[in-house]
Write a protein that binds this ligand. Structure first.
Ligand code: PRT
Ligand code: ZN
Length: 283
């Protein structure tokens, strides 16, 4: 049985649970319960505070976990980072009051910086050779300059609206983070096997998220151009339509080039395009 720790409630909880469900693992999530055993996969889920996850995994109480990379780096516990999961993206940034004339990290010399991330900030300042003092606070970091507690802050940012509404401006990003799958260093062969099976499913789910399946009809004379635009996984499937002189083409396209590909296909005569999401992609 592999014990997997997820954030109990917070920014990563929903997507962590969804990812495991997308991997075909069935479990019930009852409010208030701290653990759940999966019905069809040898894992047990533990719901914990995010800050506790690296420690539980390092100590082997949990064998793996899903947590923000920022929490892993700040905690300094010995865990292996296995997969980047593509959600919970944010950056740890230094910000100063809007009116300040500090323009880059160098300008922070001699300042007091408030943060909940003293380790990551300390490493950054040391590496850059900047002498500034770190004031550790556990929450509401963004109000520190306004109440005279610090000259600058170092906090997580995603949209930037918290900084903006507190009259702050970013000067430097010092760390980029997203949710990661972490594991204990010494797993038993059986635990490793279960974790590998889970990672195989995670990869298939993630790969599918970056692609869509496309079906279209094209006159046979424009097939060379259509196939040129649609490389597909290996090569596209081409089937004859009942109407002679026409073919149906099936392929996959990347999400990030979706509209560009559609426009080019239209321009070479493709019709009746059907684009559908892909649930899993196994290669
Ligand atoms: O209760 P528990 O200890 O488990 O949770 P928590 O309150 O400590 O963490 P939580 O749920 O807030 O965040 C969990 C993880 O989500 C973090 O460790 C990050 O990896 C990730 N994450 C992604 C964020 C953000 N985006 C984020 N924007 N964590 C926090 N924020 C906060 C930030 O601290 C600031 O207060 O949101 C505010 C800024 O947001 P914007 O959108 O205004 O820039
Ligand atoms: Zn926390």
């Amino acid at each position: 049985m592999l014990r997997l720790a997820l954030q109990k409630s917070g920014r990563l909880s929903e997507q962590s649970v969804q990812l495991i469900r997308d991997c075909g693992v069935r479990f019930s999530r009852m409010d208030g319960k701290l653990r759940a055993v999966a019905e069809n996969f040898p894992i047990e889920l533990l719901y914990l505070r995010d800050d506790d996850i690296p420690g539980y995994v390092a100590d082997g109480v949990a064998h793996a976990g899903i947590v923000g990379e920022n929490v892993v780096a700040e905690g300094g516990r010995d865990v292996t980072v296995l997969n980047r999961l593509g959600f919970g993206k944010c950056r740890l940034a230094i910000a100063v009051p809007k009116g300040s004339d500090v323009s880059g990290a160098r300008g922070l010399a001699g300042m007091h910086i408030a943060t909940s991330y003293p380790r990551i900030l300390g490493d950054f300042l040391r590496k850059e050779g900047i002498e500034a003092s770190i004031h550790e606070i556990s929450g509401s970091v963004e109000i520190a300059p306004g109440i005279g507690l610090a000259d600058a802050i170092c906090d997580l940012v995603s949209t930037g609206s918290t900084l903006l509404s507190n009259g702050l401006r970013e000067v430097e990003t010092i760390f980029r983070s997203e949710a990661v799958l972490v594991a204990h260093r010494d797993l038993t062969p059986e635990q490793t096997k279960t974790l590998d099976a889970l990672r195989f499913r995670i990869d298939s789910v993630q790969r599918a998220q970056g692609y869509r399946y496309i079906l279209l009809n094209a006159p046979n004379e424009s097939l060379p151009q259509v196939l040129d635009i649609l490389p597909g996984m290996k090569s596209p499937t081409v089937l004859p339509l009942a109407e002679s002189g026409w073919s149906s083409v099936h392929s996959v396209i990347r999400d990030d080039e979706f509209w560009e590909v559609i426009d080019r296909l239209k321009a070479v005569g493709a019709q009746g395009m059907l684009i559908v999401p892909i649930e899993k992609m196994v290669i």
